[in-house]
Design a protein around this ligand. Sequence first.
Ligand code: G1P
Length: 308
Amino acid sequence: MSTSQEIKPVRKAIFPVAGLGTRFLPVTKVLPKEMLPINDRPLIQHVVEEARDAGIEEFIFVTGRSKEMLEEHFDYQPELMQTLKERNKLYELDLVRSTHIPEGRFFLTRQAKPLGLGHAIWCARRLVGNEPFAVILPDELIQNDVGCLAQMVDVYNQKGGNVIAVEEVAHEEAQNYGIVDTDDDLTQKVVSVKGLVEKPAPGEQPSNLSIIGRYILQPEVFKELESLERGAGNEVQLTDNMAKLIGRQPFHGMKFKGIRHDAGRRAGFIKANVAYGLADPKIGGNVRKEILKLADKIREDEKLKGAA
Ligand code: G1P
């Protein structure tokens, strides 16, 4: 059990990226969904940057077939960099440089069968070894100056054990998420977790505090995952196996600061693009103008509909 004396630093992060991206077909027929752009960079780059800003040193991708493009994206690109240098495009050169994950810090392992998130994490067990690690689901973007994982590392450094990011959702939405059970007041920033349920049946959720795809976990969870027991949706669930650590190790839920975008769904993806575009100093003003024009058009159309 972790005590405050033995809080080991979080140096490694797992990115499960084996999913087929069926919600985005046909675009994902060839293009991995993690390469879809949110403003000027692919989804996966947003979360890799979040991890880097939180002090993560090793990036572990759990991939599947046809995901080679992800590997290319984070590789060194000498020809492109040389061309940009020759054309004196220094801003662009910097952008390309910033996508490179240095040698010895980028690891890939494959999830051969789509058996669920728990199984994907288990696939990375040997690359993580016996130390705490982070998990980031690239579908979920948290927009904030201080990234969600950096906020969690702060909490972890004080409490140790396991820390998951949580957010209150509407009661009817709880069935789509992993849900936290706690005796603590939900207005607190950090709550002590006493139970976890993956996708509870409607009306059976212990709270409306949902898991949002950011985790700091202790390596003991790999032992639990080993049985590869199926849970909700007949998948190996990370939530079920994290739940087994409760009582043996500290386990906290942290409400994060920031705007959450569910970029794994088309409407959330479009919302994320609008929000990141608005926040971009280069194009934010123009994006705002375009949105206001669209909003006027929507109002106009609704007025006409109402009059008809
Ligand atoms: C996964 C987790 C779930 C969590 C969710 C957040 O579910 O299993 O606990 O709440 O991510 O996005 P999925 O969305 O993969 O079904």
